[in-house]
Design a protein around this ligand. Sequence first.
Ligand SMILES: *Cc1c(COP(=O)(O)O)cnc(C)c1O
Length: 430
Amino acid sequence: MGYDVSEKLYQQACQVIPGGVNSPVRAFKGVGGTPVFFEKAQGAYLWDVDGNQYIDYVGSWGPAILGHANPQVISAIKKQLENGLSFGAPTAIETQLAQQVMKMVPGIEMIRMVSSGTEATMSAIRLARGYTNRKKILKFEGCYHGHSESLLVKGGSGLLTHGTPTSAGVPEEFIQFTMNSSFNDINKLQMIFSHHGHEIAAVIIEPVAGNMNLVLPEPEFLSLLRKLCDRHNVVLIFDEVMTGFRVAKGGAQAFYNIVPDLTTLGKVIGGGMPVGAFGGKKAIMEKLSPLGNVYQAGTLSGNPVAMVSGLETLKIIDEEKDFYDKLSARTQQLADGLNALGKKLSIPFFAQSVGGMFGFYFSDNTEVKDYQSVQTGDVERFKKFFHAMLKKGVYLAPSAFEAGFVSIAHTQEDIVKTLDCAEKSLREIF
Ligand SMILES: *Cc1c(COP(=O)(O)O)cnc(C)c1O
C-alpha cells in the first residue's frame, strides 16, 4: 500500500493549516507517521486518496452509526438542498428533530440545537449556572467536554484542588470555579459534596467515558451522583455527545436508567453534519433566552440541511427493529475476538465494549476504571498495532486514548476480516 498522494497533500496542508489539520488528533501525533487523506466513504469502508480501502472503526469519531453515506439520508439531504441552505429563521424540521430526540432520550423535555458538541456543553454549563445562581462546576479527570475555557482543566494532585489549565491561553482565573474529581471514585465524590455541595452549579460527566479510551461507570457511582445532586440541588449534566444514540437508543441514561437534569448531544444527532444540542428539564430550559435571562444563540443553529441529516438518521435508528441488539452484538463480537487473540498469543491485552463503542488496552490490568488506570496501557505497542492494522486495511483511531466505533453497516464478515488482520498484526509485533 502506497501513501504518496496523502504525503503530498499533507505537506501542502501543513503550509496553510496549523499541523495540516483542523482538529489535532487527526495529525497522527499519537501514533507517528503521516495522516491518511480520504476521498470517499461508503457503508463500513473508507477509501484514501491513494486508492487504498479500509474497514473504518472511527466513523468520523462517532456520527457514522449507520455506516457512511446511507442512501436514505443522502437522498433526504439532496432534497433539502434544493430548497436553500439556510434561512436564519424557524423551520418545521427543527421541531421534528426536537420531537424525535425527545421521543428517544428519557431526560429531554425541551431541547435547543447548536452546531457542535463544544457549544452544547458550554451552553449547558452557562444555563446551569444561571439556573442555580452558583459558580462552581465539577468534572472528572479524563472526561472531555469540548474545548471551551472552563472545561480545559486537568486534575491537581490534592483531594479538592482546582486543577490547572490543559491549554495555553486559558487564564487560571477562568478555571477557578472548575473542580475536578476522579471517575468512579465514590469516596472523593462524597467528600467533595460534603464540603462544596451548596456551591456547585453543575456536575458534568461522560456517563460512559469515551475520551480516555473506554471506561465504563460503576452503576453505583452514577446513582450516587444522581442522589448527591438531588440532595444539594446541583444540576446533573450527562455529556452524551458521544454516548447519545450510541450505547442505546436513549443513550447511556437509558442504558443505566439514571436520568440527568440536562443532556448534551452531538456526533450521531447530526448524522455526519455539524449538529449539537442540549436539553433537559423544562424548568431549566425555560431559563434560556428569549424566555429567560441566560443568553445563547447561533447564526447556523438548526440549519435545515443539518437537521434533515440528523432527523433521517434518527428515524432509521428508531424504526429499525433490534437496531441496538444488532449493533451491540457486532461490537461485542469484535471485542470478544480481540480478547481471544490476546489469550491465544499470550499478550497482555484487554478489550471491552458497550453498545456500538469499544476500547482496547495493551495491559493486563482488566480493572480500567479511571484516568490513572488507563495510563497502564502500553502506548508503544498500540502505535505498532495501529500501523500494522492500517497497512492491512483497517482504520483505527490514531490514538491509544480514543474509543472505537462500529456501525450497523459492519457485517460479521467485516469483523472476521478485522480479527484476521489483528492476529497477523499481533504476530508481527510480538
Ligand atoms: C466529541 C465530544 C465533545 C465535543 O464535540 P465537538 O463537536 O467536537 O465540539 C464533547 N463531549 C464529548 C463527550 C465528546 O465526545
